[in-house]
Design a protein around this ligand. Structure first.
Ligand code: CP3
Length: 344
């Protein structure tokens, strides 16, 4: 039944008359329904720790726009929080770590990752899976080891992650130790999400853009590849399709294909990605600039048609944005976009 969903068909690189549609950050502040629930919680992570609320939030965009896939409602920073780095979300500042990694000893002394400490996430997965229509797949997710390491060292969001880059250049061996610890944690975490009911996995390498080609391979893609290899070699997760989102990566199409992901989620500005090279090797997702949703319906139509034309003959294209929906986007525009794609 679930195997007949157009989302899983596209991930198997089947050519479809209409692409499946879902949106990064489809559950979020742009929706009034989300804001109504969000106002009951001071801390964002407290909301993530409530599996009933996570279920309600994950279903909101499915109910509103009849999308073809749901995504777990949670955050990538649950893992650093479980390592004891104590993540808080501060309004207008984003995530702030109470115990960031400041010196090499902090990496040696990290408490071992206990996947059971994130049982609230797996409960949310099971709740969502039980509530979703049976033909709608559920995406589980984690941050890439590199992206989690960058937040853990920087201790907060940053434009250039200067502190992190300085730290890894001064302490490359310890940086690699941290990245392996995070890779092991991601594996255990994703396996639990799959056991709880996730049908697909997406890995978010949201800070891939701050590394040059060599460092990207050394500090990020190497670990994504070992995470994917571990999942593909485990009997519980071996058949689960894996999507990789890397934000604006400074690398060749080949090195993205070499990660062994089943699908690449393309950032909106990735115009030199070689689509022909990816054909029949991998599924593709995304690529629409989310900022277009702040413009007129005509502008949205023009850009969307251009994109659909670009992927028209590609076997296994999933419609999505090149990054997440932002709080300033109007839900009517999301509805308009969804109908536009289905009517094309
Ligand atoms: O539909 C969904 O995608 C919901 C699930 C989800 C969230 N975050 C909820 C969230 C997912 C898949 C994420 C992933 C995530 N979290 C990423 C990777 C995707 C990307 O955007 O590149 C990253 C980098 C994070 C870390 C994070 N979480 C930041 C930097 C922030 C604060 C900045 C911001 O956008 O507010 C968050 C908070 C967050 N995560 C919110 C939501 C709905 C908003 C929090 C709020 O309501 O106050």
């Amino acid at each position: 039944m679930i195997d007949d969903s157009i989302f899983l068909k596209a991930l198997r690189k089947e050519k479809l008359p209409v692409p499946p549609i879902w949106y990064m950050r489809q559950a979020g502040r742009y929706m009034p329904e989300y804001r109504a629930v969000r106002k009951n919680f001071k801390n964002f992570l407290d909301m993530c720790k409530n599996p009933e609320v996570c279920c309600e939030l994950a279903l909101q965009p499915i109910d509103a726009f009849k999308l073809d896939a749901a995504i777990l409602f949670s955050d990538i920073l649950t893992i650093p929080d479980a390592f004891g780095l104590e993540v808080q979300f501060i309004e207008n500042e984003g995530p702030v770590f109470q115990n960031p990694i400041e010196k090499v000893d902090d990496i040696d002394n990290l408490m071992p990752f206990d996947p059971e400490s994130l049982s609230y996430v797996y409960e949310a997965v099971t709740n969502i899976k039980n509530t979703l229509p049976s033909n709608i797949p559920l995406i589980g997710f984690c941050g890439s080891p590199w992206t989690l390491a960058a937040y853990s060292i920087e201790g907060r969001s940053s434009k250039d992650f200067k502190k992190t880059i300085g730290f890894i250049k001064e302490n490359p061996d310890k940086a690699h130790l941290l990245l392996s610890k995070l890779t092991d944690a991601c594996f255990l975490y994703l396996r639990k999400q799959v056991q709880a009911g996730a049908d697909v996995i997406q890995i978010f390498d949201s800070w891939a853009n701050i590394l040059d080609a060599e460092d990207l391979n050394n500090y990020s893609f190497q670990y994504i590849k070992s995470l994917i290899d571990a999942l593909k070699n485990d009997s519980i997760t071996s058949n689960i399709p894996i999507i990789l989102f890397a934000r604006d990566p400074k690398c060749s199409t080949e090195s993205l294909l070499d990660t062994s992901a089943d699908c690449l989620s393309l950032y909106w500005s990735m115009n030199n990605f070689n689509i022909r090279l990816a054909e029949n090797k991998i599924a593709l997702q995304g690529n629409l600039d989310p900022k277009i949703l702040l413009e007129s319906e005509n502008a949205i139509k023009k850009e969307t048609h251009k994109l659909l034309e670009k992927f028209k003959d590609f076997p296994g294209y999933i419609f999505n944005l090149g990054h997440g929906l932002t709080p300033d986007i109007c839900p009517n525009k999301v509805k308009y976009l969804t109908e536009l794609v289905r009517d094309y």
